[in-house]
Design a protein around this ligand. Sequence first.
Ligand code: BES
Ligand code: MN
Ligand code: MN
Length: 459
Amino acid sequence: MDNVIDFINVNREKYLEELKALLAIPSISALPEHAADVMRCAEWCGDEMRRIGLQNVRLIDTPGNPVAYGEWLGAPGAPTILFYGHYDVQPVDPLDLWESPPFDATVRDGELYARGAADDKGQVFMHLKAVEAHLKQNSRLPVNMKFMIEGEEEVGSGHLDDFIRAHKDDLKADVVVISDTAMFDRGVPSMCYGLRGLVYCQIDLRGSKSDLHSGVFGGAVANPAFVLAQMIAQMKDRGGRIKVPGFYDDVRPLEEAERKAWAQLPFNEKKYRKDFGIPRLFGESGYTTLERTWARPTLEVNGLLSGFTGEGAKTVLPAVAMAKISMRLVPNQDPNKIADLFETYVRKITPKTVELKFTRMHGGKPWMTSYDNPYVQAAARAIERGFGRAPVFTREGGSIPVVSTFQEELGLPSVLFGVGLPDENAHAPNEKLDLGNFHNGIIAAAYLYNEIAQTSVPA
Ligand code: BES
Ligand code: MN
Ligand code: MN
């Protein structure tokens, strides 16, 4: 193993340059004008997989963006890892808040700034480099590996469930490995054993055929902006509890042992407020901040649009108002059931003065595993080797919908091997990746394959 680690140490600078090339491709899946860039990025992943020595490399079509696939199956009898990641990234607006161009990766203070640096190109690249180091030095891997890198994660992975069902045999494996989450804090590596699920909806209200003069019509016609605000105000009470009937019916309560363990984590609420510029925290009463974000469901307004928002003043009654609303779900809530409950509630609280259009966008199930799962334990040992410190066990508030699909369709457990940081600005301006974590992550990934090779799970 020493020769593999030596290789990784020797090539440290080279990895940075290679990663910069990947980060230069603006593979924004949400924007149709970047379709060609998304394709180019899929091809880049394929070329790289071929270059490092993976076999049977190809781009597999879906009705959307292709999945970049590659494998190495030269270890008969050893376990097979199915690696999952995504090569698509989030849009970059507002562009003027970036201190360096989002697709011209720049190092400042040991951090690499670029869209996708942490979410998820940098973390996918870690594994490609760990595999390359094994193959270059030993001409073999300790495990079999199948890589699938998708291009629609940031828009809800709409075609991935069908893809997985259609390729069940090709994707046969023992465990899924994903690096697309954050560690608990700088210097505090973690193993994540739970993710929240998601339901995303849009509400459009119309109050008139077109905008109206607010002096001529104001007082006689309902204002959809006002109506929408009143509707949103009925979605949560002042204590942060969601008022949609039935919303909490299937929520699995937090276990006392889990609450105790989380209370021991080095979480500094003051620093958290300061880091993110939050005047005062708010959340469901009776729960700590970690409990609120990891184990309790929420309902949030992601965007709100209506009326005149330019400079100056304009006296107008807007014809329409729109809100994007999403709910984070926890075990054992079901996204379809929650979407039904929410739609019913929204229809009930919509007054007759406006027309409602309710649109369901995407969703994903919550996921949780037991942290004594032998693969999770194997990953914890690898993290310790890469980072010099045993990981703490965490859940996270974000969502990776495919994780529950792997469990349900392929019967596979997942190991979330994330090395991002909570302040890495994912989805925001100035996204970054800590280069120390990137390097340690490559080493940890290289150890992970050994650790998994030595893990046998009784059938
Ligand atoms: N990498 C994130 C998920 C994530 C981030 C998990 C931080 C845990 C901690 C992923 O790319 C993402 O952004 N997922 C979306 C879900 C999707 C359906 C658009 C999310 O969580 O909003
Ligand atoms: Mn991601
Ligand atoms: Mn993301």
